[in-house]
Design a protein around this ligand. Structure first.
Ligand code: NOJ
Length: 756
């Protein structure tokens, strides 16, 4: 056994560096020839030794023995070049064929240098910046032995009750697609085998963000028209960008769980979209098809394999049942070989056959992880993710020598800065807001009080504190905390209250039916406002919140999401005006949960409501207007931008032609700032009911005070295509309106028509 092993390794290590891509695939074929059925099935097994954060009820057992037996294709939840070297040693030196492992991880918003949560990052609308964060994440993760990333998560979400809205890019297919592409490019760059790049995984295929009632893992049932036009584009964009792998979702998609859904994983993904990488399940999602009602473990494993799933995460249904399914004729060996081939090809793309220890360079962590440069990028990204939701009396920015009362349970806190799903980050490395404000404004007089607990509810806190203490309920009573805050505020010129959600109040299995700020903090905010002093709310959350009450108070509101490792410095940069906030919302904020699902791209009903006033027999509510509290694309600046001269160069667009829509934007305020200029269109007559607005372009521009710039958007008939009732991707001649402005809630700017 050992002799075969050594010769295989020598073969692998010697000749391969000179091989071309074509030959490498031949080499996979040669390897497949040598493999037993068991060894092929072994490559489809993805397990976790349990060092990381488990997101299901089980972790894998006997990992070492399984690797040696050739029963493991990949590992996740392990890191460090030395540990990965040991794991590769087991696979390469001690298994019969010496096939290296693929090493996965959830590097969702940075590795050790944690960037803002993805929903926050998306609010920057800055594709270069997003790509750079992915590059840095890849550099750090690969330095620590990881070569395969479970990101980007591109699930469109229009339901802020769903906790995982935090992990994606919001509600819009156009913006979501651009961000998906930028992230794949950032992680993989042009060469997955390069030392600083890793393979990306687009997830969760598909429609996970549309789970009913915002309850995690819940059913999804959706028309194909909606799917193709509004939910699938970001997954497709990732595939078009060359993503190496795809992860299935937990939900069912019209009656069949995604993990066993042949239409999704084969007909659509491979045949229609031409995906040639491999597909992994989510954590035990093969086994979970038993609970979905699809049969026993053997049946669901065969179902998944036949549907087009290649790798089984943690559940080991493949490992324990596929052989029997081949033996009794449920599956053919050829079907197994196809899946194995895809996994081996991925290892080739990563250069693992060339050098299994490519990502085990002990000298790298020190220089590549958490460098000054990386932290600088985290600070920059965080500041650009913030969204100024509301301005009140020009309270912001604050003077650097102001007397400030910094209040709130999230103001001097490390545990909640990173945000959900930052398992590779370390909360203790993060800069609290208090520290950041002192760093940036050493001459300010800052006094601090906690003011309230994040929540006073012990049972709630216990559910949130699963991965460590996030909600700490003070020994002091809520009344004492409040009193202390009011005393602290007495001498201050201005109050900054850092309030909102704890990290694990959003994320996986963290759905909420009440998305307001917890009562303890609401009370604090009311009392602080009642002092009559200027109040700034720095609002932290992993989702759009219902802040109807706070919007009515005389306060300024800066949405800071969960800002990442440089939280405090970035917040201070913006609060003191070193950076003028420029983020815009990528998911609509509702007036209350009753409006959910809520998104800007709605369609007209046959009885549209003409105004915000209630009208009988129109499509509206008795108790609240249809418009959201804060629309998609909304975000203010310390300066004011004026839009003028919005025009189109021709009112007719012909096939293969183009029209140019332009607008002049002027910075009418006293300080420099950035604006995200947005273009929407509306197809007035369509063979299927059209959305009232569809985002078609955006550009982020920087303008000095008093400066103007003309932004141009080129529109072709390709940009106006949609999937019709037969799922053909077409444009239809006719009239279109266009809208250029600062958010999705803008008036029509003009029209044009497509003529054939
Ligand atoms: C479950 C999550 O749904 C998925 O996003 C993640 O990649 C896996 N767990 C692995 O941690």
């Amino acid at each position: 056994m050992k002799r075969i092993n050594v010769s295989v390794i020598i073969l692998l290590l010697m000749g391969l560096s000179s091989l071309h891509a074509q030959d490498r695939i031949q080499e996979v074929e040669d390897l497949l020839e040598k493999m037993t059925l068991e060894e092929k099935i072994g490559q489809l097994n993805l397990i976790t030794p349990g060092g990381g954060v488990a997101t299901g009820a089980v972790v894998s057992e006997d990992v070492e023995a399984k690797i040696k037996e050739g029963n493991v294709g990949g590992l996740f939840g392990a890191s460090g070049p030395d540990k990965i070297r040991q794991a590769q040693d087991l696979a390469v030196k001690e298994s019969r064929l010496g096939i290296p492992l693929i090493i996965g991880s959830d590097v969702i918003h940075g590795y050790k240098t944690t960037f803002p949560i993805p929903l926050g990052l998306s609010s920057s609308w800055d594709l270069d910046l997003i790509e750079q964060t992915a590059q840095v994440a890849a550099k750090e993760a690969t330095a620590d032995g990881i070569n395969w990333n479970f990101s980007p998560m591109v699930d469109i979400a229009r339901d802020p009750r769903w906790g995982r809205i935090a992990e994606g890019a919001g509600e819009d297919a156009f913006l979501g697609s651009k961000i998906a592409e930028a992230m794949v490019k950032g992680y993989q760059q042009d060469d997955m085998s390069a030392e600083h790049t890793m393979m990306a995984t687009v997830k969760h295929m598909a429609l996970y963000g549309a789970s009913e009632a915002g309850r995690d893992y819940n059913s999804v049932d959706m028309s194909k028209i909606r799917m193709y036009n509004e939910y699938l584009p970001p997954y497709k964009a990732a595939v078009d960008a060359g993503v190496g792998s795809v992860m299935t979702s937990f939900n069912d998609v019209f009656g069949v769980p995604a993990t066993g859904n042949k239409w999704l994983l084969t007909d659509l993904l491979r045949e229609e979209w031409g995906f040639d990488g491999f597909v992994t399940s989510d954590y035990t999602s093969v086994n979970e098809m038993i609970a979905h009602g699809m049969g026993d473990l053997k049946a669901v494993s065969a179902l998944a394999l036949k549907a087009g799933l290649d790798m089984d995460m943690v559940g080991e249904g493949f490992l324990t049942t596929l052989k029997e399914s081949v033996e009794d004729g449920t599956l053919t060996e050829e079907q197994i070989t196809t899946a194995t081939r895809r996994v081996l090809e991925a290892k080739h793309k990563l250069g693992l056959f060339e050098d299994p220890y490519r990502y085990s360079d002990e000298s790298r962590p020190e220089k590549d992880i958490l460098s000054e440069e990386n932290r600088e990028l985290a600070r920059k990204a965080a500041a650009r993710s913030f969204v100024l939701l509301k301005k009140h009396e020009n309270t912001l920015p604050l003077a650097k020598d102001a007397k400030i009362a910094l209040i709130g349970p999230l103001a001097d806190n490390k545990n909640n800065m990173l945000g959900t799903w930052a398992p590779t980050g370390d909360p203790q490395l993060s800069i609290p807001i208090l520290e950041g404000m002192k760093n940036v404004a050493p001459n300010a007089e800052i006094s601090y009080a906690k003011g309230s607990n994040i929540s006073d509810d012990k049972d709630f806190a216990e559910k949130v504190n699963v991965f460590g203490s996030r909600i700490e309920i003070s020994e002091e009573s809520p009344e004492e905390l409040l009193e202390e805050a009011l005393e602290t505020a007495e001498d201050a010129e201005v109050i900054v209250a850092v309030v909102g959600e704890a990290t694990e109040m959003s994320g996986e299995s963290a759905s909420r039916t009440d998305i307001t700020i917890p009562d303890s903090q609401k009370k604090l905010i009311r009392e602080l406002t009642a002092t009559g002093k200027p109040v700034v709310l720095a609002l932290m959350s992993g989702r759009p919140l219902d802040i109807s009450e706070e919007m009515d108070l005389p306060v300024s509101i800066l949405q800071i999401w969960h800002p990442g490792v440089e939280a405090g410095n970035a917040v201070a940069d913006v609060i003191f005006g070193d950076y003028n906030p420029s983020g815009k919302l990528t998911a609509t904020w509702p007036r209350n949960v009753g409006q959910i699902p809520i998104y800007y791209g709605v369609k007209n009903t046959g009885r549209p409501q003409a105004t915000e006033e209630f009208e009988k027999f129109k499509s509206n509510y008795l108790d609240v207007s249809n418009s959201p509290l804060l629309p998609f694309g909304h975000g203010l600046s310390y300066t004011e931008f004026e839009y003028s001269d919005i025009k189109i160069d021709s009112e007719t667009l012909i096939e293969d032609g183009e029209v140019i829509i332009s607008a002049t934007i002027t910075n009418a305020g006293d300080i420099a700032g950035e604006e995200i200029v947005q273009l929407y269109t509306h197809d007035k007559v369509r063979s299927i009911t059209p959305p009232l607005k569809e985002l078609k372009g955006f550009e982020k521009i920087k303008l000095e005070s008093g400066a103007s710039k003309t932004v141009e958007f080129i529109i072709t008939t390709d940009d106006l295509k949609f999937y019709n009732a037969d799922l053909e991707y077409v444009f239809e001649p006719g009239e279109f309106d266009f809208f250029v402005g600062a958010s999705s809630a803008i008036e029509k700017s003009g029209s044009f028509s497509i003529k054939k």
